[in-house]
Design a protein around this ligand. Structure first.
Ligand code: ADP
Ligand code: ASP
Ligand code: MG
Length: 432
């Protein structure tokens, strides 16, 4: 593979051949006109919607901007592909899994380019290998290491709109990799970072980031500005609206993220550095993750070495363990931990091979994680007391708990999720 530019090359500059660029300008002005626009699954979910996206891109270009499009697969397509693989072996992870699930984006970017061509806009569909989006080889959860900007630069200078397949990358051996579910956001922000842009637009099916998922909490309110730190917590705690790595990359490389609606022409939420936010409520958002599974193992030996070994085997398989708790029983110990539901088959395989036969495994599938997030929690004691009082008043049992400076999370029964989310949302004065 060619020598790749670092994700943020220090001496990166767009060399502009003014005879080929659509309007003559120096390098700085040229970069100022570039805008990365990422369209999610529902935004490209039908031919009609794809034509709407193409019109939006064409309009932007007519106003003198240089759009770079990043797209997800058509809605439902990645789920369909995952389900096909699962019919054969739900615990399989490897290059074939990523090749399978990455294929949806190939279709959507080709359709967007055809729709742009119909509007007279020259555009080029680009898969990750064409662009050198290089990742590690952790299949199904790969991380971007670098993005070559040469092709992008050449495409933009030629006045052609790059239309990039989100979600996918390529490893050192030229295998297709994928960035984890929802990973197209990360592709977009990484492309913006590689181009040294100060912002990236994420077009989706909600007008903004809300104080809770508006599908779960009808009284959720729009948040006009949110810090990278809070958004990172929300994303890692299950809020689907942005992929967590996209927020990490945005924070690290100074790419502000604008989450907005594809079909409503108005501002949405800006994710910005914390210093740019004047006032912080105690709790900014209630976040949930319905795709959580808890494993309880007992009796296990008391030695820490046993747990260390178990978690290292799980991590070798690419499983990231979320909340962990250990408690003493009359004989031995009990270990409980939660993982994302997608990893349940993998964890079961690992446990079957690793655990001695006397260890009983209980799997809790009907659970969900509910969390409150807010940088304001740092300066306000008593949030945990209020959080648990709300759950106690509703008679909601808590399976596992974890806290940090700016969040509290609990695993509860899934059928109590709506109730818990709405009650916490009211308790922290977030209702509209
Ligand atoms: P896309 O296909 O555009 O990437 P996603 O389905 O991945 O869209 O993310 C958008 C969805 O995220 C919304 O439809 C909404 O249900 C969900 N969501 C979860 N939490 C929030 C939140 N706090 N604010 C807005 N949307 C949220
Ligand atoms: N198509 C991928 C998914 O459904 C990536 C994305 O939508 O961001 O997870
Ligand atoms: Mg998404």
């Amino acid at each position: 593979m060619d020598r790749h530019a670092e994700l943020l090359p220090r001496n990166f500059s767009l060399r502009v051949d003014s005879s080929r660029a659509s309007t003559p300008s120096n390098g700085v002005e040229f970069r100022d006109r570039i805008i990365v626009k990422k369209f999610g699954g529902t935004s490209v979910g039908s031919i009609e919607r794809i034509e709407h996206v193409a019109a939006l891109v064409a309009r932007e270009r007519a106003q003198g901007r240089l759009p770079v499009v990043v797209a997800s697969a058509m809605s439902g397509e990645t789920n369909r592909l995952v389900a096909l693989g699962n019919q054969i072996d739900p615990s399989y992870r490897g290059p074939a899994y990523d090749m399978l699930v990455a294929s949806g984006e190939q279709v959507s970017i080709a359709l967007i380019v055809i729709a742009l061509a119909k509007l007279g806009v020259p555009a080029k569909p680009l898969l990750a290998y064409q662009l050198g989006i290089e990742t590690d080889s952790v299949y199904s959860k790969a991380r971007i290491k670098s993005i070559r900007t040469k092709e992008l630069e050449a495409t933009l200078v030629a006045g052609v709109v790059p239309v990039i397949a989100g979600f996918q990358g390529v490893d050192e051996e030229y295998n297709i990799t994928t960035l984890g579910r929802g990973g197209s956001d990360t592709s977009a922000v990484a492309v913006a970072a590689a181009l040294q842009l100060g912002a990236c637009e994420i077009y989706t099916d909600v007008p903004a980031v809300f104080s809770a998922d508006p599908r779960l909490v009808p009284k959720a309110r729009e948040i006009p500005r949110l810090s990278f730190e809070e958004m990172m917590e929300m994303a890692s705690l299950g809020s689907k609206v942005l992929h967590v790595r996209s927020v990490e990359i945005g924070a690290k490389h100074g790419v502000r993220i604008h989450v907005r609606h594809t079909f409503q022409d108005r501002e949405g939420t800006w994710i910005v550095p914390e210093g740019e936010i004047m006032e912080n409520p105690v709790v900014s958002a209630v976040t949930h993750d319905a795709a959580t599974v808890v494993f309880k193992l007992a009796p296990i030996p008391g030695e820490t070495a046993f747990i260390a070994k178990l978690f290292s085997v799980l991590s070798e398989k690419g499983v990231s363990v979320d909340i962990i708790s250990q408690s003493q029983l009359e004989r031995g110990y009990r270990l409980a931990f939660s993982v994302t539901a997608e990893d349940e088959p993998l964890v079961k395989n690992v446990l079957a091979a690793f655990l001695p036969s006397e260890v009983k495994v209980e799997t809790l599938n009907d659970v969900a994680k509910i969390s409150t997030v807010g940088v304001g929690m740092r300066n306000h004691p008593g949030v945990a007391a209020r959080f648990f009082s709300v759950l106690a008043d509703k008679g909601i049992q808590v399976q596992l708990v974890t806290t940090s400076e700016i969040k509290i999370s609990a695993i509860i029964d899934r059928d109590r999720l709506d109730d818990a989310a709405r009650a916490l949302h009211s308790e922290f004065s977030l209702d509209i």
